[in-house]
Design a protein around this ligand. Structure first.
Ligand SMILES: Cc1ncc(COP(=O)(O)O)c(C=O)c1O
Length: 384
């Protein structure tokens, strides 16, 4: 149809630039070795988690939280989560994306300023945009640059202007860890609040998987924590962990909370069981991090570039978009499922394969995979 000409032109342009995206059905279980899943602790298929979900009596919640969607499991889980983090309150959202959108858009207004790491997740950027706050971006994981911006912006700070520093603890596409202690110190020194998205750290880093802030013992310096139940928790949904006041603010102001059907009880029953497992089985995160370190060493030995990863997220850097896709395809032919990550998800010129190590993997398999990546890269002329 003529009116849709612009769409076909746009799609053709994306294809020319190696940026077209297509949905693909996940291969049958066992058909490939999967490195695409954020189900880091393999809990989405854990028998106790599945059983907890099945023990529920309802799937959907039927209405938004403020209408009649708040069930006992919502209250219970939020209390469990707050206790787990040692914070006053928690609130669940329909997804981690919505939690970030809801928190940022209700916490900040047009007269406020956000200082965000250059590589924060799209959900944080969208939340900042929705808030209308002034947006300053500092170089990735560069506390010195953040300090420069805080000092410079301080000269024009208006009375009552709220400041918020926004970072992730573990970055989703590089797998590196933020210098959180330095950032928290700066936030306090410059009278700014701090939001840490622990989406990829929960269940993996820190005592009982409580995240990087807990690992560094600086949780009391991080007033706003967001996360997701969709990764290590193996379920679905988003969370904000903060003060009672912030929780009340969100209940009253966060549109992605107010105008969204409440998170299905079935998913919360599963998440609650995952929380119990994560909290009670010591060493799950450590085991995962050891596997990832082994994988990085093996890739390195093969002459592959893994960037600054220090977590279960291990990128193999390629650079060119088409070459990244080619390499992913060459690995698929070898029974390894991994996705090429391209702009705008990562900066231009930094396309990569993002390997997500999980407890479904073991050392032997990771060694084999590193060899297969090198072999595939050589077969298409990307490695000597
Ligand atoms: C850092 C970060 N924050 C938030 C989200 C969004 O979480 P969810 O998938 O639950 O919407 C993601 C997921 O991709 C993420 O990587």
């Amino acid at each position: 149809m003529r009116s849709e000409q612009w769409i076909s032109e746009l799609l053709a342009k994306l294809a020319r630039e190696g940026l077209e995206r297509r949905l693909a059905v996940h291969p049958a279980d066992g058909a490939v070795c999967d490195f695409t899943s954020n189900d880091y602790l393999n809990l989405s298929t854990h028998p106790d988690v599945v059983a907890a979900m099945q023990a529920g009596t309802m799937v959907g919640s039927g209405a938004s939280r403020l209408v009649s969607g708040t069930r006992e499991i919502h209250q219970e889980f939020e209390q469990q989560l707050a206790a787990y983090f040692g914070k006053p309150a928690a609130l669940v959202f329909g997804a981690g994306y919505l939690a970030n959108l809801g928190l940022l858009s209700s916490y900040l207004g047009r007269n406020d300023t956000v200082f965000a790491d250059r590589l924060v997740h799209a959900s944080l950027i969208d939340g900042i945009q929705l808030s209308d706050a002034r947006h300053q971006r500092f170089q990735h994981n560069d506390a010195a640059h953040l300090e420069q911006l805080l000092v410079k912006t301080g000269t024009t700070r208006k009375p009552g202007e709220r400041w918020l520093v926004v970072v992730e603890s573990v970055y989703s596409m590089d797998g590196d860890v933020a210098p959180l202690a330095a950032i928290a110190e700066l936030a306090i020194e410059h009278d700014a609040q701090l939001l840490v998205d622990e989406a990829h750290a929960l269940g993996v880093f820190g005592p009982a998987g409580r995240g990087v802030a807990a690992e560094l013992d600086i949780s009391d310096q991080v007033p706003l924590v967001t996360g997701t139940l969709s990764k290590a928790f193996g379920s679905y949904g988003g969370v904000v962990v903060a003060s009672d006041f912030v929780r009340q603010l969100l209940v009253n102001r966060a549109r992605p909370f107010i105008y969204n059907t409440a998170l299905p009880p079935a998913l919360l029953l599963a998440a609650s069981e995952s929380l119990r497992i994560i909290g009670s089985q010591a060493g799950l995160g450590d085991k995962l991090l050891e596997l990832a370190a082994h994988f990085r060493r093996e890739l390195h030995e093969q002459g592959l570039e893994v960037g600054p990863s220090a977590s279960q997220i291990v990128p193999v850097m390629v650079g060119d978009n088409q070459q990244a896709v080619q390499l992913a395809e060459a690995l698929h032919e070898r029974g390894i499922l991994v996705k090429a990550i391209r702009p705008p998800t990562v900066p231009v010129g930094t396309a990569r394969l993002r390997f997500s190590v999980t407890l479904a993997h073991n050392e032997q398999l990771l060694t084999h995979t590193a060899q297969a990546v090198a072999e595939a890269a050589r077969s298409i002329g990307q490695l000597e």
